[in-house]
Design a protein around this ligand. Sequence first.
Ligand SMILES: *[C@@H]1O[C@H](CO)[C@@H](O)[C@H](O)[C@H]1NC(C)=O
Ligand SMILES: *[C@@H]1O[C@H](CO)[C@@H](O)[C@H](O)[C@H]1NC(C)=O
Length: 287
Amino acid sequence: MGLLMLLLVVAAAASAPAADAWGKEGHYMTCKIADNFLTEEAAAAVKGLLPAWANGELAEACSWADSQRFRYKWSSPLHFADTPGDCEFSYARDCHDTKGEKDRCVVGAINNYTAALKDSSSPYDPTESLMFLAHFVGDVHQPLHCGHADDLGGNTIIVHWYTRKGNLHHVWDVSVIETAMKDFYDNDQATMIEAIQRNITDVWSNEEKQWEACRLRTKTCAETYAKESALLACDAYEGVEQDITLGDDYFFKALPVVEKRIAQGGVRLAAILNRIFGEKNGRVQSS
Ligand SMILES: *[C@@H]1O[C@H](CO)[C@@H](O)[C@H](O)[C@H]1NC(C)=O
Ligand SMILES: *[C@@H]1O[C@H](CO)[C@@H](O)[C@H](O)[C@H]1NC(C)=O
């Protein structure tokens, strides 16, 4: 590879995180599932905060944060929380941006926007806080958003997804979902969402309550979700090297993980929103 070519590849890889995050579909499905678990109060509060262009649909606003990464450059590090690669996430060690500024990672951002929505005197725009929160709860569940810092969460690991060239991060954001939609769901997002939802009420019904549980009073449990992702990321890297071709074997291992993470993201986003707007409501009623 010539030096110029190498520089171009490195530059492209370095800028890749700015374009990626669970793809549009992953975020849409996470938020659609969240919809099913919102209390009436929370659903009404969410509707009231959504921008007009979302047509009253939370899912429509769940990729907004990706479209703002260039306008709001400061928000870019808030989409992920990379680790040194030991299969663990530690808030104190890992939640910072590349300049070392603390709290600037996806877990810090989830806590930030949850606190902002709870506090009616917060200076932050509540519509933006809601859209950031809904997006970042999705992101923290994507294993490669808690991947290894060295390879930018898999962005610099070039792989071939069947015959198409991409990178490992993109495989987890987009390709696994796209292939599943094509192979199993008639290219219909609604069918895939239904299948995941059916699993939540069926095979995962016992786990579902645990997914929701969070004893912390002042913060969210996003740190726990990042720890789970960091562990899953280690599996995702296993056996993957530069320029490898990933096909059926990898796909059939990754797909159940992706579907479960979308389910967990949706259930937990709803739980967070229910806590935020339930409390607010309670305060209003008791005063
Ligand atoms: C918290 O939210 C504000 C408003 O969007 C933003 O300026 C700040 O960078 C955020 N910090 C974190 C850690 O998310
Ligand atoms: C449903 O759960 C089963 C058993 O865990 C799993 O194999 C399957 O991939 C899941 N399907 C979806 C759509 O989540």
